[in-house]
Design a binder for this molecule. Structure first.
Ligand code: KG4
Ligand code: ZN
Length: 336
């Protein structure tokens, strides 16, 4: 069965055709990054207007890349939550209208569940496992019992991890969005050049939570102090590479501390990672070094927002006989 997946929750206008939840027939991602770059962040009004202009061309290209006519599609899936409301509404309205006109089922998709499905486009994983959902808007450690059943164990109490990468990068002018620039700079930096404090919240209800506002403040405000001396009392050159590497190490170590606690406590040793920050090379390297766990990452082109993960997850609902009502609407936050 072929599912058309549409994703428009943020600044990527994306559509894909996936067969039987596994075979990617096409995957078109039209990024708006150059249009938001000048503002150093996504401007919601610009994002929704651009989705409106682009959506029909993106879907048309996804269909033609897959060698499909509209009638060859068995169902249409679209992201309906969470995300920017105006942007979500564009993809959702287009998807519902497209499905309705073809008399095909429409399937509403949760963006975070779709990110978790991305590695499963190419790998088979048995439930339950631990999910690590890390993006510009989320930092979630969860127990995953099925494709539509997750229990959040920990989350951020302030900024998301990707947001911290973006804010630090913005402050130092490394580029937008920040993650990919910091990751690249960090490869030639000394991750021990600056020592940043880890948040102290791993007790009781916050056992698996993370926090990034303290790190962000330390990197931005305290770095001048660090410039004076290193651990040995020698002057430290304030190189972009060293700032990037030291920040990245701490940001990822914060995540890993909570994740490793969850692994110990639950006994679950399979981890599935998703979201833009799952592209991070230091995160991948640290998890690859733990030989006692199996960690699945999506390929780099499926870490960020894309339609293939939406179509793939849509197939799972379709195969179970589910379809969403035409009355379904978008939600900026996760609704149960
Ligand atoms: O999943 P995504 O494309 O959009 C959201 O749903 O947020 O994630 C985008 C986020 C941005 O914050 C970006 O800086 C971050 O993912 N990111 C990275 C890397 N590539 C993208 N963060 C760290 N390292 C990377 N290599
Ligand atoms: Zn995302």
């Amino acid at each position: 069965m072929k599912v058309l997946g549409i994703e428009s929750s943020c600044d990527e206008c994306a559509a894909a055709v996936v067969e039987d939840g596994k075979i990617i027939r096409s995957n078109v991602v039209a990024t708006q990054i150059p249009f938001h770059e000048v503002y150093n962040g996504v401007v919601p009004e610009i994002a929704s207007r651009m989705h409106t202009e682009w959506i029909s061309g993106v879907v048309k290209t996804a269909l033609s890349d897959a060698g499909c006519k509209p009638g060859d599609i068995d169902a249409v899936a679209a992201t309906t939550q969470p995300g920017l409301l105006g942007s979500l509404l564009v993809g959702l309205s287009f998807a519902k209208a497209f499905a309705y006109s073809l008399d095909k089922p429409f399937i509403a998709i949760d963006h975070m569940l779709a990110h978790l499905y991305a590695p499963m486009l190419s790998e088979n994983v048995d439930y339950p496992f631990l999910g690590l959902l890390v993006s510009g808007g989320h930092s979630i450690i969860c127990r995953v019992d099925d494709f539509d059943a997750i229990t959040v164990l920990g989350t951020t109490i302030d900024d998301a991890v990707g947001e911290a990468f973006d804010k630090v990068s913005k402050f130092y002018g490394f580029g937008y969005p920040g993650g990919v620039h910091i990751d690249r700079l960090a490869k030639n930096g000394d991750s021990n050049a600056f020592k940043f404090p880890l948040p102290n919240l791993y007790k009781g209800e916050h056992r698996y939570d993370v926090s990034y506002s303290g790190l962000k403040t330390a990197v931005i405000n305290q770095i001048e102090q660090f410039r004076q001396t290193d651990a040995q009392g020698n002057p430290v050159a304030l190189s972009p590479e060293n700032i990037a590497a030291s920040f990245q190490k701490t940001a990822i170590d914060i995540l890993l501390r909570s994740l490793f606690r969850a692994i110990e406590d639950t006994g679950l040793t399979t981890i599935v990672a998703g979201g833009g920050v799952a592209a991070n090379s230091y995160l991948r390297q640290c998890l690859a070094e733990r030989k006692d766990i199996r960690c699945l990452f999506p390929p780099l082109n499926l870490c960020g927002d894309n339609g293939a993960m939406v179509a793939g997850l849509g197939y799972k609902y379709l195969a179970r006989g589910d379809r969403s009502p035409w009355t379904v609407t978008a939600s900026a936050r996760v609704k149960a």
